[in-house]
Design a protein around this ligand. Structure first.
Ligand code: PLP
Length: 422
């Protein structure tokens, strides 16, 4: 459930009319709902009633510091994948002991910063990284808490570009190698094993792949403990899908996911870390955009929007479905079929093809729904289009939480070498 609903003919974000935000901030603009972010976080936490997992929000889904701070106040930790994300998380007040660091290519600089921040866990993704981490930790006189990200070799049954738990993916260490790698950790003086982790993919719409992977990993935890490794927690990653397309199968509810996890965990005395991203932020945001032109082709109608694939890459990148709704509630029930496209010079700059929609006119505002995760964070300046602003709504108030990049700022990043100066 989200807090974007029509009231008196107007699409609202909580108690703020989206039209008012467009008027004040311009379009395109990302708009997030605090109440929805908090609600999703609470529903997820409540799915683990009785146990108290550490919920590390996957910062790569939405890294705005105001969003992180909203979640931090609810008790969220952070799953980060770069120094930039680590800085965003700590700036938002998330303490090191609630931060885990994932990613296949951590640099020495990133390791040093994470050690200084006293993070909870390095999710190590290769043997080479383990050796490097041991050296860096030794140099700064620390012991790095390590979890090996195991690749359980299961099919997440999601889009190929967001599937991470098959042996052909670059992520993690083959679960059959885990034994040897944990044995190596014991030999190294500046790392200690604290956990096992996994993350098999994103936008999963079935529980079975999760269950299969979790069972595999928990079996591993039992073996490792039997061999004397002090494994205190398991980190089960993120990946639970959200409803995007009302006509597609509904993903499992957080409650069913939580129940399955508690069942698989059984009486294993082990703390749980979870890393949801999309589930918390996805349906808590919309991309608000204006129709520039209505172009009637030979046998199609194109609604040309002022937002484009550089602002929201998911449709072009993953063939993702996003609901698109007019901001002014349609008076009648008339429907037609149209393509929603952006102005970028790429045929893939299409938000929706053959979409049933109320008829629109040039100037009409529309909201591209479910854009709170993997939206603004993936934006680029392709076609020299400035990064779009972000707005956070809280009840009746709203604030710009990232200002629109100006063309001056964008252009001034370039410099012309002396030999080209006139
Ligand atoms: C991307 C990612 C997540 C979050 O995935 P969602 O599908 O957004 O829940 C969690 N953990 C790791 C390691 C990731 O790479």
């Amino acid at each position: 459930m989200d807090h974007f609903e029509y009231r008196d003919g107007q699409l609202m974000a909580e108690d703020v009319a989206l039209a008012d935000i467009a008027e004040s901030v311009g379009t395109p603009v990302y708009v997030y709902s605090s109440a929805t972010l908090k609600r999703h976080f609470r529903v997820f936490r409540e799915a683990f009633a009785g146990v108290n997992p550490l919920i590390c929000f996957a910062v790569k889904a939405n890294s705005n510091q105001a969003v992180l701070k909203t979640l931090a106040r609810e008790g969220a930790g952070a799953d980060v994948v770069s120094l930039g994300e680590l800085m965003r998380a700590t700036n938002a007040g998330i303490p090191g002991e609630r931060i885990v660091f994932s990613g296949v290519g951590k640099t020495e600089e990133e390791m040093e910063a994470a050690l200084a921040a006293g993070i909870k866990q390095f999710s190590v993704e290769s043997e080479a990284e383990l050796e490097a981490l041991n050296l860096v930790a030794g140099r700064v006189g620390k012991i790095a808490p390590v979890s090996i990200r195991v690749n359980p070799d299961v099919d997440a049954m999601t889009h190929a570009k967001i599937s991470t738990g098959k042996s052909e993916n670059k992520f993690g260490i083959a679960w059959t190698r885990a034994d040897a790698v944990y044995a190596r950790i014991k030999e190294l003086p500046h790392v200690k094993a604290v956990a096992v982790n996994l993350h098999i993919g994103s936008q999963l719409t079935k529980l079975e792949p999760f269950r299969e992977a979790f069972e595999r990993v928990l079996g591993l935890v039992r073996d490792l403990r039997a061999k004397g490794h002090d494994i205190r927690h398991v980190d089960l990653g993120g990946g639970l899908g959200i409803p995007y397309d009302p006509e597609a199968a509904t993903p499992p509810a957080p409650a069913a996911y939580g129940e399955m996890i508690l069942e698989v965990m059984g009486d294993m005395d082990c703390d749980i870390i979870l890393e949801p991203g999309r589930l918390i932020a996805g349906n808590a945001g919309v991309l608000l955009t204006r129709t520039i032109y209505v172009k009637t082709g030979e046998n199609r109608t194109f609604y040309i929007l002022d937002a484009a694939m550089n602002d929201l890459a998911r449709p072009a990148m993953y063939d993702a479905y996003h609901g698109i709704v007019p901001v002014a509630e349609p008076a009648g029930s008339e429907k037609m079929t149209a393509d929603f496209v952006g102005p970028v010079c790429e045929s893939s700059d299409v938000f929706a093809k053959d979409r049933k929609t109320a008829p629109l006119e040039a100037g009409d505002l529309v909201a591209i729904k479910s854009a709170g995760a993997y939206g603004a964070v993936m934006a680029s300046t392709y076609n020299s289009r400035p990064l779009v602003p972000e707005v956070l709504v809280d009840g009746e108030r709203f604030a710009v939480i990232r200002k629109r990049q100006t063309l001056q700022e964008l252009l001034s990043l370039d410099s012309v070498p002396s030999w080209l100066e006139d």
